[in-house]
Design a protein around this ligand. Structure first.
Ligand code: PHE
Length: 345
């Protein structure tokens, strides 16, 4: 078989294999195999020396034709394979926008946090500062400084959890009064503060009682503060929180740290005043206690009761939320049942 015939066979074999390549890496192998330095074309060229002078340039020309035929075939196949590869990738990555999406649920603040912040905003708007105290308090601040000496019978109303005989879970936010009073500098103006936080009592849990609940303490001290200031402040608070239609009742009461003392009731949301389980069949729900700061309490915190007077009050945050949203069981706040909490997003 002549070298020219060999070349023809080589060409048709190469074109066949190039066309059969199913991917780009096989195609690249074929390029190396046929056009590389150690390939069959180099072998053909080596036979040049055995040809006549007349045939030598003919072989050169034939080899060039075969070479470019192979190169063209490789290029054409490459374009084809690349297009197929992109097509396959696109088909694989198709997104079905009609599939249902994964639902993401959004969290929200607890209703007690929302209520506390709303009350805080009302008082911040009246120029009060927001103070922090301690949930674990000394007997001194929780009781003695609030005019509840040891063995005072009024301590029974607020029996609590003792850690040591002198350290306890605070029974009310009132100890923050003493902590703020003893530090206050009256040359910088009146003392106007609220103090929100958790308090603890040895109570039996029922629809309206919990051994742990939340209060907001209020305290204003300056020259000439009177009972009318307390009444006006609470009236403003209740109107802002509940609207003008809710009824309020002020009753004389007793707290060792205020004189005179008042209990503020709000008409029952559940029965409208007729009497039910929620209001213990009285038609009224106690929402806060308050009064004029007792002179002894001022004195114990280094404030002269002849010069300064003040009022104080304590609000139950759960009760406020219960009244506003018609919640009839306080235990719902603490059970973290999403069916309850999700209602207040
Ligand atoms: N500390 C009282 C209580 O927890 C509430 C109160 C606060 C009363 C301030 C008067 C003044 O019952």
């Amino acid at each position: 078989m002549s070298v020219f015939e060999n070349l023809e066979t080589l060409k048709s074999e190469a074109l066949l294999q190039i066309n059969a390549a199913s991917d780009l890496s096989t195609l690249n192998d074929k390029r190396v195999e046929y056009l590389g330095k150690k390939g069959p074309i180099t072998d053909v060229m080596k036979q040049m020396k055995d040809l006549s002078n007349e045939d030598k340039p003919k072989l050169g020309a034939a080899v060039n034709i075969v070479k470019s035929a192979i190169e063209d075939a490789i290029e054409a196949k490459k374009v084809e394979l690349e297009a197929a590869e992109i097509g396959a990738k696109l088909a694989k990555e198709t997104i079905d926008v009609t599939l249902p999406a994964t639902k993401r649920t959004k969290g929200s603040r607890h209703i007690l946090t929302q209520t506390r912040e709303e009350i805080e905003d009302i008082f911040i708007g009246m120029g009060y500062s927001v103070e922090n105290g301690y949930e674990i308090e000394s007997d001194n601040y929780n009781f003695e400084r609030m005019n509840l000496p040891k063995n005072h019978p009024a301590r029974d109303m607020q029996d609590t959890f003792y850690i040591t005989p002198e350290t306890l879970f605070r029974t009310h936010t009132s100890p923050v009064q003493a902590r703020v009073m003893e530090k206050h500098d009256f040359t910088k103006g009146a003392l106007k503060m609220i103090a929100p936080g958790k308090v603890y009592r040895r109570d039996t849990d029922d629809a309206t009682h919990s051994h742990q609940f939340m209060q907001i303490e209020g305290l204003v001290i300056d020259k000439g503060i009177a009972m009318s200031d307390l009444k006006g402040t609470l009236d403003h608070l209740i109107k802002k929180m509940f609207g003008a239609e809710r009824e309020i009742r002020l009753r004389p009461s007793f707290f060792p740290f205020t004189e005179p003392s008042v209990e503020v009731d709000i008409s029952c949301f559940a029965c409208g005043g007729e009497g039910c389980r929620v209001c213990k069949h009285t038609g009224w729900i106690e929402i806060l206690g308050g009064g004029m700061v007792h002179p002894k309490v001022l004195e114990m915190s280094g404030i002269d009761p002849e010069t300064y007077t003040g009022f104080a009050f304590g609000i139950g945050v759960e009760r406020v939320a219960m009244l506003r949203f018609g919640i009839n069981d306080i235990r719902g706040f603490y059970q973290n049942d999403v069916r309850f909490t999700n209602q207040f997003k």
